[in-house]
Design a protein around this ligand. Structure first.
Ligand code: AKB
Length: 352
């Protein structure tokens, strides 16, 4: 599919006073179910559709609308958006940093452009006619249908040549992971579509997100979730990053609220389209010391994963989110002690 001129997009705008109709793609990852829950509370159960290519667990299936959507299939996406009069699209499908390094081709296909490397020419035709694109599909689609589009980015969109302490919104971005490269691509494409075609693109660079009832899938910051489960169950944890590796982090409730807030922010408050957001920064040894306050026998040991360590060493240590705070009033609720108490209570009560 080729975008040739501004005229190829006719905006189907919706009144700002209407409830949005939201589609969340990649909805069964770490964040989708939680986001659906807070959006449903705000806009009504039937106005938020969760989607994925995987079969949902029954509690997800019964908690609100769920449908199959394959972002690589333009026709499937069109049917969903048209049939449900979707006005907001939240695009959560992504392959994270560590898994991306282990499978670069998969990360490239899912995170950027899903043209598959098929050698058979008839299959090329099928691919061409079905418009298999990933992110590009979503951008074209959102522009064509006048959707408000949210695509998350990450601290991973920065690299070793970015200022790391703190990292501002605008600076050198030369990430060294395919995940980071794909996220810079998404940021730039979204902003380009915003300026060129008027796409209402909104993007937050998330820090490592910590959640108790949903698991991250193959990232570098995953240790900061696993530590709570192991501490609670076994009183010990083997960490795959060095003790002093400091990274920006956030509790999931803050992350989901930030997403809702930036999506609801009036356009005139947005001086940019891609914002850093942050809550806290800590290292494994600082996190372990906080866990020890509540589980005095807790022991942490270190067995370094060199791929994850190299990634973490190239990422921001502190994230400057001053523009989000000034422009649309971003403010985190959870600091490190609050995070640790909340996670241990949640996991403890779950296992009782
Ligand atoms: C990862 O570690 O890959 C993600 C991220 C920080 O984007 N959690």
């Amino acid at each position: 599919r080729q975008v040739t001129s501004d005229a190829s997009f006719h905006s189907v705008s919706f009144s700002e006073t209407d409830h949005p109709k939201v589609l969340i793609t990649g909805g069964l990852g770490q964040l989708g179910v939680g986001l659906a829950k807070i959006l449903r509370k705000r806009f009504g159960n039937n106005n938020v559709i969760l989607s994925d290519i995987r079969k949902p667990p029954s509690h997800v299936f019964h908690s609100g609308p769920f449908i199959y959507s394959d972002i690589l299939d333009y026709k499937n996406l069109r049917e969903i958006v048209v049939n449900n009069r979707i006005t907001w699209l939240v695009h959560y499908s992504a392959v994270l940093s560590a898994v991306g390094e282990a499978n670069v081709q998969l990360a490239r296909e899912v995170n950027i452009t899903a043209l598959q490397g098929l050698s058979n020419s008839s299959l090329y035709l099928v691919v061409f006619f079905c418009f298999f694109f990933g992110l590009h599909n979503i951008l074209d689609f959102a522009a064509e249908h006048g959707l408000r589009l949210f695509v998350p980015s990450t601290i991973g969109a920065f690299g070793p040549t970015s200022p790391r302490d703190p990292t501002p919104d605008l600076c050198v971005q030369r990430p060294r992971t395919i995940y980071g490269v794909s996220k810079v691509h998404a940021e730039l494409m979204g902003e380009y579509y915003h300026h060129r075609y008027g796409l209402d693109f909104r993007c937050l660079r998330y820090p490592g997100i910590i959640s108790a009832d949903s698991q991250p899938g193959g990232g570098t910051t995953d240790y900061a979730v696993a530590i709570f489960h192991d501490a609670s169950k076994n009183g010990k944890f083997e960490c795959n990053l060095k003790p002093g590796t400091r990274l920006p982090m956030m509790y999931i409730d803050d992350c989901l609220r930030a997403t809702l807030e930036v999506m609801e922010a009036p356009t005139e408050q947005l001086s940019m389209r891609t914002y850093n957001i942050n809550a806290m920064s800590f290292s494994p040894e600082e996190l372990a010391a906080e866990v020890k306050k509540q589980i005095p026998d807790f022991q942490i040991t270190y067995n370094i994963d060199h791929i994850r360590q190299a990634i973490a060493d190239s990422w921001p240590m502190n994230f400057d989110d001053g523009n989000a705070r000034n422009d649309w009033g971003w403010k985190h609720d959870y600091d490190l002690p609050e995070l640790v108490t909340t996670m241990l209570n949640f996991i403890g009560s779950d296992s009782r």
